[in-house]
Design a protein around this ligand. Structure first.
Ligand code: HEM
Length: 465
């Protein structure tokens, strides 16, 4: 299997915390939940900033365009306050109708073009976030805003690649002019910076213009863009709003897409788990309607399925924080500015915590007479302390809608070869700053004609939302 997995297993043998110095930087890897909690939760006052990333943060301007890269301080707090006001535990219920409609549209797209399932997942995740954040209606295919988010995601993966950029080890190189021989990195960064900046400014300007024209539709940005005196804020005045909204856009799509694609992969590989989840939905919801958010508490196996997807494939396998002052942990000095990384992959695949961690088994969270339930890892999949993911409630309801709707209406099956033999997709992942399934094929087949009708009705109902 690709990714940090094998490395993580090696690291587990080395110890709970490892320290090393490479690329001119200090690194500390936390391989256990205890170490992660001791530092990121109990000492969150110290460990809530982010490591300095010269290429990604400074040259590509991600430290101005995304909360994820912001140092701890007043700006971060204001951006997090904005995001929290949109998607906290209570506020998130206002997003449910849009999330539900987006999930219905996903079902419709799966019905019309099942082979394109992977793209439909991205289109729907992106459309819902763009609609709520900016009031933008995305095109059902080839939407330029969604394409831009994908492009920025690739750039971010390249810009954060450890050891790739000399300027991360020797920050003084940033002063080399872009035209200087050997300064290709500066030219690459200039292009990347343009995309990173446009991604957050273009949709903001669309909202601003629509407010000035009186054509704006409600959105998180539209609600914040007018100040107390009724003036529409300029880009300078709305700096934190631009960053907060831009992070929803750039950070909320790929993470959700990675989890939903993992779900499709696991369903194609595990028909018995799929049948069990469908049986639970059928017994609670019946066949006359699609599941809704009020069914959530009555579907415990679905909750376990979501948790197992997040455990089996941690979307953010490594969670980096940093510190603004020296600290000592278990006798070791952790210097100011070090990269301190929770190895979430190792924690969630630790055989001492999760029996047969390489098996996909939602039942592990249930507990039986023979085996106690294994620890629920939903929360920690979203990070730690003061930097934990503010999109948690939003992401969890998206996953609930997508998983239950798809299971209610479709069977996800391996495709068959020319002789009719099932081609079970392998559990292969590509890991960068995010971890996602390698492209794979599966068949998405409606469960019955009644379900087809139900989906068509749901798509019509969703068209006005
Ligand atoms: C399955 C879906 C998701 C997973 C697994 C996930 C996971 C994470 C993780 C691990 C972090 C880093 C936390 C840390 O540094 O301790 C993070 C940060 C963040 N996430 Fe998510 N996330 C998901 C979806 C979303 C969504 C849908 C949104 C927005 C709508 C979102 C917004 C953010 C933001 C703004 C941050 C930066 C927080 C900060 O640096 O202070 N995430 N996420």
């Amino acid at each position: 299997m690709d990714g940090p997995g094998d490395k993580a297993n090696e690291l587990n043998h080395i110890g709970p915390v490892i320290y090393f110095h490479v690329f001119g930087r200090e690194f500390v890897v936390l391989n256990t939940l205890k170490a992660a909690f001791d530092l990121f939760e109990k000492r969150s006052g110290v460990y809530s900033t982010k490591p300095r990333l010269v290429m990604a943060g400074e040259l590509v301007a991600r430290a101005q365009t995304s909360i994820l890269f912001l140092s701890y301080g007043a700006r971060l707090k204001e951006c997090r306050r904005l995001v929290h006001s949109w998607v906290n535990k209570h506020a998130v219920s206002a997003s449910w109708p849009a999330q539900e409609a987006g999930s219905y549209k996903l079902l419709g797209a799966l019905l019309d073009d099942p082979e394109g399932f992977s793209e439909h997942i991205r289109t729907q995740a992106g459309s819902v976030i763009l609609k709520l954040t900016y009031g933008i209606e995305c095109k059902p295919v080839n939407d330029p805003h969604i394409a831009m988010a994908e492009q920025l995601s690739k750039i971010t993966a390249q810009a954060t690649q450890p050891g790739r950029w000399l300027c991360d080890s020797f920050p003084s190189l940033v002063h080399v002019p872009a035209w200087f021989p050997g300064a290709e990195f500066r030219r690459w960064a200039e292009q990347a910076r343009k995309i990173s900046t446009e991604l957050v400014h273009i949709p903001f300007e669309i909202v601003r213009t629509s407010i000035l024209n009186g054509t704006a539709t409600p959105s998180w940005t539209a609600n914040e863009i007018v100040d107390e005196k009724g003036h529409v804020k300029s880009a300078e005045e709305a700096r934190d709003l631009i960053t907060a909204a831009g992070t929803m856009y750039s950070g909320g799509i790929d993470t959700t897409v990675g989890a939903v694609r993992t779900f499709f992969l696991m369903m194609a590989r595990h028909p018995e788990i799929q049948r069990k989840a469908q049986a639970e939905i059928d017994s609670v919801v019946g066949h006359e309607r699609l599941p809704d958010i009020n069914d959530r508490d009555s579907l415990p196996y679905i909750s376990q399925l979501i948790t197992e997807v997040l455990r089996f494939n941690p979307i953010a396998p490594i969670v980096p924080h940093s510190l603004d002052e020296d600290d000592v942990y278990e006798g070791h000095l952790i210097p100011k500015g070090a990269w301190v990384m929770v190895n979430l992959w190792a924690i969630l695949h630790d055989p001492n915590t999760y029996r047969d961690p390489e098996e996909f088994r939602p039942e592990r969270f249930e507990g039986t007479k023979e085996y106690p339930a294994e620890p629920d890892c939903t929360q920690i999949s979203f990070g730690f302390g003061r930097r934990s993911c503010p999109g948690y409630h939003f992401a969890m309801s998206t996953l609930f809608y997508n998983f239950t709707h798809v299971l209610s209406a479709f069977n996800i099956e391996p495709i068959k070869d020319a002789e009719g033999k099932p081609q079970i997709p392998p559990p292969e992942f590509v890991a960068g700053h995010l971890r996602a399934p390698r492209p794979f094929k599966c068949a998405v087949v409606p469960r019955s004609l009644e379900k087809v009708k139900l989906v068509r009705q749901a798509v019509v109902a969703a068209s006005g939302i």
